[in-house]
Design a protein around this ligand. Structure first.
Ligand SMILES: C[S@@+](CC[C@H](N)C(=O)[O-])C[C@H]1O[C@@H](n2cnc3c(N)ncnc32)[C@H](O)[C@@H]1O
Length: 262
């Protein structure tokens, strides 16, 4: 099957790791009334159609929605709707909601505000794909003083990953995130690397892929010591954009002292 797409959606379609994870989750769980929110080229609606009664493919961009209509025109149970989902009147309660507006830590895309709204239209036993995300942080040494994604950018990891947040989309998510947590470090550090793993279902996890959740690098003040723990406060607004991110070191502690205490 040949899909008509924009350059961006073409790259999304070429990311087979992303697509195969979604395909498995959809094959396992999509049924009944399905909404594919932010349908783009329509690929996830195409996956869902054989398992569903009706698929509503909602896409706000007019040009992309017209491509999706063309791509899905042979499928009698799929309807493409060119609408911003935040203004959309859901005609039926959903058995399954598919929503791929993911980005690292859910900060720069609308996944959380959109899924929060969609929950009102999900049956009690309904399901959201993806199921959730897991966010982790690592201490790094980086050259940039600005927040940036790690694509084609040099940095050195100076510690191991600490999981600092697990989000499940089946309950309303507070868009404002603020937490203080500790990450191990060794040597010179001046940044934090955020990595997001996607839980496509409770059991299928997808790491960052070429087009989904490239790790995010956030500058911190510089510290240079051996084997220490950094206590950092991180805050942002999910769906609010990268300029809502704030990260600050609160304290540092020797790793041996930390291990003795915990
Ligand atoms: C990351 S792309 C995913 C496309 C497709 N689902 C896929 O997996 O290839 C997200 C899509 O969501 C659409 N989108 C973003 N906000 C939206 C909104 N509020 N309502 C409907 N569509 C939206 C964008 O135009 C874009 O096509």
């Amino acid at each position: 099957m040949r899909f008509f797409v924009t350059a961006y959606h073409h790259n999304l379609l070429r990311d087979y790791e992303r697509l195969s994870g979604f395909y498995e989750a959809i094959k396992e769980h999509a049924h009944g009334i399905v909404y594919d929110i932010g349908a783009g080229s329509g690929i996830l609606s195409y996956f869902a159609a054989p398992y569903s009664k009706t698929v509503f493919a909602i896409e706000k961009d007019e040009k992309i929605a017209s491509y999706a209509s063309r791509n899905l025109e042979g499928l009698p149970n799929v309807r493409v709707v060119n609408r911003d989902v935040l203004l959309y009147d859901f005609p039926f309660q959903a058995d399954t909601i598919i929503c791929e507006m993911l980005d690292t830590a859910l900060i720069d895309e609308e996944q959380v505000p959109v899924v929060n709204k969609c929950l009102e239209h999900l049956k009690e036993d309904g399901r959201i794909i993806p199921y959730g995300v897991i966010n982790g942080a690592e201490a790094i040494e980086m050259d940039s003083e600005t927040i940036r994604y790690d694509e084609n950018y040099q940095y050195k990891t100076r510690g191991s990953l600490t999981i600092y947040d697990i989000i499940k989309f089946n309950k309303r998510v507070d868009e404002k995130f603020k937490k203080t947590f500790k990450v191990p470090a060794n040597g010179r550090i001046n940044g934090l690397k955020i990595t997001t793993f996607t839980l496509l279902t409770e059991n299928i996890i997808a790491g960052p892929t070429e087009m989904m959740n490239p790790p995010l690098l956030i500058p911190l003040e510089e510290i240079k010591q051996e084997n220490y723990m950094i206590k950092v406060t991180l805050s942002y607004k999910m769906g609010g954009g990268l300029n809502t991110i704030k990260a600050k070191i609160k304290d540092i502690e020797d790793q041996h002292e930390y291990k003795k205490r915990t």
